[in-house]
Structure formats: structure tokens, C-alpha cells
Design a protein around this ligand. Structure first.
Ligand code: ADP
Ligand code: MG
Length: 142
């Protein structure tokens, strides 16, 4: 069964350029429900840990610097088949090849500065959600 949560980051580059509002508006329009959200600056160590999966790749060091360069928005999103649906909304990693209308096409500047992150599997969505949010910080119906 497909999971119903995914994690997004509005990366420091996009925050700096004033894209938080436009990106959140599109997330709402695409019927994702925000169940947790915060505005934080990652330490270098936290950025290294979040992207540990890419350790050793040629872009890893630059990525860690770029992701800890300023405040970012992190949000936990809920929707049926959330991971796949959100990856579709954000588009390909490289804005140059991302489909028209996707977040990375609209707001990304380069493969590195591609505006947003989206989890790539249900397993990673859970890992990333736990990295950023406690149970207390998540919206629950009661
Ligand atoms: P995605 O974010 O689409 O899941 P990856 O997990 O492969 O892509 O990469 C994580 C992030 O690392 C990308 O979003 C991008 O910011 C950066 N990145 C990926 N590939 C490159 C590259 N070739 N050069 C520079 N930065 C890259
Ligand atoms: Mg990825």
C-alpha cells in the first residue's frame, strides 16, 4: 500500500528569493494537507545528516553548504500516494528538464538550486519526517 505522507523543504535559495508564498499556494492548490511546518536554519552537521545518502558524491559538499546557507521551510504533507504525487508536482531534479508548470521548473535556478526537496520513497518520507518533527508537532484529528 502507498503511504500518505511526504516531506518537503523549500530550500534556502527559494526562501531568499521570495518563493515561499507562491510554492505553498501551489502545494495547497494540489490538495496536499500541511500537517506540520517550521522555518529553521540547518546547521552544517544537520544538513550533512539529512543528505548522508549522498555522501561521497561530487556535489555533496556544495549541497551541504547550500542547504545550511540560510533559513528554510520544512513541511510534512499528507495526500493519497503522497510521495509520487509530490514528486510529480515538483518535477525533475534539474529545472532545465523539469516539466512545464512544476515547482522546480517555475522556481528552480539550477540542478543544485532547484527550489524544493521531496521525499523519494515512503521509507524515506518517514525517516525525514522523524528527522524534523516530533509527534507533538504534527497535526492530528482528535
Ligand atoms: P532529488 O532532490 O530530485 O531527489 P537527488 O536526491 O539526486 O535529487 O539530489 C539531492 C539534491 O542534491 C538535489 O535536489 C540537488 O539540490 C542536489 N544535486 C543533485 N544532483 C546534483 C548535481 N549533479 N550537481 C549539483 N547538485 C546536485
Ligand atoms: Mg532525493
Amino acid at each position: 500500500m502507498k503511504g500518505n505522507i511526504t516531506l518537503t523543504l523549500i530550500k534556502p535559495y527559494a526562501v531568499k528569493n521570495g518563493y515561499v508564498g507562491p510554492i505553498l499556494a501551489r502545494i495547497n492548490e494540489a490538495s496536499f494537507r500541511i500537517i506540520a511546518m517550521k522555518y529553521i536554519k540547518l546547521t552544517r552537521c544537520q544538513a550533512e545528516e539529512f543528505y548522508a545518502i549522498h555522501k561521497g558524491k561530487n556535489f555533496y559538499k556544495k549541497l551541504v553548504v547550500f542547504m545550511s546557507d540560510g533559513p528554510l521551510v520544512v513541511a510534512l504533507l499528507e495526500k493519497e500516494n503522497a510521495v509520487e504525487s509530490y514528486r510529480k508536482l515538483i518535477g525533475a531534479t534539474d529545472p532545465k528538464v523539469a516539466a512545464e508548470g512544476t515547482l522546480r521548473k517555475l522556481f528552480g535556478a539550477s540542478v543544485e538550486m532547484n527550489a524544493v526537496h521531496g521525499s523519494d520513497s515512503d521509507e524515506n518520507a518517514i525517516r525525514e519526517a522523524n528527522f524534523f518533527f516530533s509527534e507533538m508537532e504534527r497535526f492530528h484529528e482528535c
